[in-house]
Write a protein that binds this ligand. Structure first.
Ligand SMILES: Nc1ncnc2c1ncn2[C@@H]1O[C@H](COP(=O)(O)OP(=O)(O)OP(=O)(O)O)[C@@H](O)[C@H]1O
Length: 318
């Protein structure tokens, strides 16, 4: 029986309440409060992007869930299992793909997966070594030494390793750092496939564009606190700024445009970018003012704010 079968009625994949972590200081360093009592809920079947600047507390959070770091306060449930009361089941419900590419160079992918399955107590008859190797496109490297694999292959092998015990939740910590675009695409295709098959995915990434494209939900951690956790579309709708770029029939620099109160960027030549708030319905007025100032408008393009704008807004303060 897999962890997924045991707890079919768990409502959420992950539930974190008031989670705290303070790393003890040493004689050279102060104690560090890495998590300041965070709440976070991940729906079953979701694909959640966990974002935040360096040192925000993402890895600490993931490592607590995976049983690798001891929390100092709060509670966490993984697939319905409290990590204190039921650590073995909680651990069995989660597979973590770590940030570092660390391998024993003298094992082959097949040996590595068998070893990992053994560690998780997966009986021989239930092992899916060949199936998993095929899924991460490593069948032809099954018996090659790990040291002969490329960086992208190693990354895929780590994903395979995290999947041997068929966890219902897969956590990927910066899975595409240093992976080239093509392999990134392949890795995402596979992760999406897993998600479609019902696996809950949590991924941390520095590529905001990737998170925006892939994830249904986004949580942003900053300085040990959750500053946002909501569906990606809703988060993006919080941006109430757009930019309209007007190509004029003359150089606007130094000439009045009748746009006092708007932020303007001169983009060279006869292009001027006007920042405005779509909800205020001023776009028509902007064009009228520019025409009234004696310009003809030759072309118009608009730019939408993106996740990066929100991310900066929410994390800049600290
Ligand atoms: N073992 C440790 N001992 C002391 N402080 C630590 C330890 N691990 C992490 N920290 C500190 O806790 C804070 C949160 O670190 P964490 O690695 O969780 O952040 P992160 O968001 O994963 O960052 P990154 O994106 O750089 O991996 C940082 O200030 C970090 O220096």
């Amino acid at each position: 029986m897999t962890a997924a079968d045991q707890t079919m009625n768990a409502e959420n994949a992950i539930e974190i309440r008031g989670l705290e972590k303070t790393y003890a200081g040493t004689k050279d360093s102060e104690p560090k409060q890495a998590l300041k009592g965070i709440d976070l809920t991940v729906r079953r079947g979701a694909m959640l992007g966990l974002l935040g600047p360096n040192g925000a507390g993402k890895s600490t959070c993931i490592n607590i869930l995976a049983g690798l770091v001891r929390k100092t306060g709060g509670t966490a449930r993984v697939w319905g299992f409290d990590i204190d009361e039921n650590p073995r089941n909680a651990k069995a419900a989660i597979g973590v793909v770590p940030q570092e590419l660390y391998f024993d160079a003298f094992f082959t992918p097949r040996e590595m997966l068998e070893l990992q399955a053994g560690l998780y107590g997966v009986p021989k008859s239930e092992r899916r070594t060949d199936e998993i190797l095929a899924a991460v496109r490593l069948s032809d490297k099954a018996d090659a030494y790990a040291r002969t694999l490329s960086g992208g292959m190693k990354r895929r092998l780590l994903v395979a390793k995290a999947m041997v015990h068929s966890p219902p939740i897969l956590v990927l910590d910066e899975p595409t750092a240093g992976v080239d675009i093509e392999l990134r695409q392949q890795l995402w295709d596979y992760v999406r496939e897993l998600n479609r098959a019902g696996v809950t995915i949590v991924l941390t990434t520095h590529y905001l564009e990737e998170a925006e494209k892939l994830c249904d939900d986004i949580a942003i951690i900053n300085n040990g606190e959750v500053v946002a956790c909501e569906p990606t579309a809703k988060l993006l709708s919080r941006i109430d700024e757009k930019v309209v770029v007007l190509r004029l029939d003359g150089d606007p620099v130094g000439r009045p445009l009748g746009l006092d109160g708007f932020r303007l960027d001169y983009r060279g030549g006869s292009d001027v970018a006007v920042h405005y708030t779509p909800s205020s319905g001023v776009i028509g007025g902007i064009m009228d003012s520019v025409r009234a100032a004696g310009f003809s408008i030759l072309d118009v393009t608009t730019e939408q704010g993106d996740l990066e704008d929100i991310f900066l807004q929410l994390t800049r303060a600290a």
